[in-house]
Design a protein around this ligand. Structure first.
Ligand SMILES: Cc1cc2nc3c(=O)[nH]c(=O)nc-3n(C[C@H](O)[C@H](O)[C@H](O)COP(=O)(O)OP(=O)(O)OC[C@H]3O[C@@H](n4cnc5c(N)ncnc54)[C@H](O)[C@@H]3O)c2cc1C
Length: 328
């Protein structure tokens, strides 16, 4: 273990001195997986630039991933998968759960028996380019989408009502019991920004998928990609630090429009602002905290409920300091 890395960890670990149990578990994890773990400033990881201190473990293969998951289970240490961090709102203060990332070997993409086999660590952009190069269609929904294939599958990310998981014939995942499983279509559910896994795979790491894509001429798909990118440029705060849409669209309505009708475009709390370009985006003006973002999101949610009688639910994955998801 490098001296620098150990020093960073030791000083952060001291912050848990009032919680001996948690500190001991994190210390044990750090000792065991020191070659995979990096203490990081989560601001530098998140596309929104929010968060403080956390531990990221990057696994090189399935075996290490299973070993890590089982170790965390044994010592009762919280962990969660992380892709490009383009949809995760990290908490203020130290994150007491390990973030598990898939290393380079999980980025491979190939064609097998007419299906695209894609590692969950590949970027959404790489997958889109692969499909274009092979005259396959359907993945224009990934145009301009930051993040990884694993993150896109987990949230069924895409454009409008369509998402990546809708195109998956198979999904491979490692459960919290460390066992790898392959799910065929029908064994998982996908809906608008939603992937439903069987209960034994709740909280699992998706490692790979097989996609069934229609044949389509590259020029046709490229022009759909160009249209979608132009629409993004027109309607979204390009270049601003964000996590994309904060809320899911309620059935038949646009969350952004509802927030806009409440007159909240441009509203600020601390370093966070509801984008004047797209009211469903909260942007970091510099130095925004998770508390700022959640306060602003809470204000938007309350106003929409009061004014329109519509309940908005979060699309972003907001984490507390124990790595638990906030459900609104
Ligand atoms: C500018 C901008 C524009 C965006 N536009 C869109 C859009 O048009 N459509 C859209 O749907 N989203 C959009 N997003 C949101 C985000 O990019 C997507 O949700 C993306 O798919 C998240 O991928 P990620 O790898 O960054 O996931 P992360 O943010 O790292 O993680 C998101 C969730 O997925 C889980 N996860 C990550 N990897 C895995 C894995 N391997 N196995 C299991 N779970 C995993 C995490 O635990 C977390 O709960 C946008 C975001 C930004 C910043």
């Amino acid at each position: 273990m490098s001296k620098e890395r150990e020093k960073t960890w030791r000083s952060a670990s001291n912050a848990f001195s009032h919680e001996e149990n948690r500190r001991a578990r994190l210390d044990a994890f750090f000792e065991r997986f020191s070659e995979l773990v990096r203490p990081v400033d989560l601001k530098t990881v998140s596309t929104m630039g929010v968060g403080d201190f956390g531990m990221v473990a990057t696994v090189p293969d399935l075996e290490k991933l299973r070993e890590l998951v089982l170790f965390c289970r044994t010592i009762e240490l919280a962990w969660l998968p992380l892709g490009g961090a383009s949809n995760c709102l990290f908490p203020d203060g130290i994150l007491g759960a390990v973030l598990v990332r898939l290393g380079e070997p999980f980025e491979e993409i190939s064609l097998e028996d007419g299906l695209v086999v894609c590692g969950a660590g590949a970027s959404a952009a790489k997958l889109l380019n692969f499909s274009l190069a092979n005259d396959l269609g359907g993945l224009e929904i990934l145009a301009g989408l930051p993040g990884t294939v694993g993150g896109a599958l987990a949230g069924n990310a895409g454009a409008k009502d369509a998402g990546l998981a809708d195109l998956a014939a198979e999904i491979e995942a490692v459960g919290t019991d460390g066992l790898p499983r392959t799910l065929r279509r029908g064994e998982f559910k996908s809906g608008y920004r939603f992937l439903g896994l069987p209960p034994e795979l709740e909280g699992s790491v998706v490692t790979r998928c097989r996609l069934e894509l229609p044949r389509a001429r590259r020029e046709e798909t490229s022009s759909k990609v160009a249209e979608l990118l132009a629409a993004r440029r027109r309607s979204q705060p390009m270049g601003a630090r964000s996590l994309g849409c904060v809320f899911k669209n309620p059935p038949g309505r646009s969350a952004g429009e509802l927030i806009d009708l409440c007159g909240l475009k441009g509203r600020e709390v601390g370093g966070a602002r509801i984008s004047p370009v797209h009211a469903n985006f909260i942007v970091n003006l510099g130095g925004a905290s998770s508390k700022d973002v959640l306060e602003l999101a809470g204000l938007a949610r309350e106003s929409v409920l009061k004014t329109h009688g519509v309940v908005l639910s979060l699309e972003i994955k907001a984490l507390d300091r124990r790595g638990r998801l906030l459900f609104w």
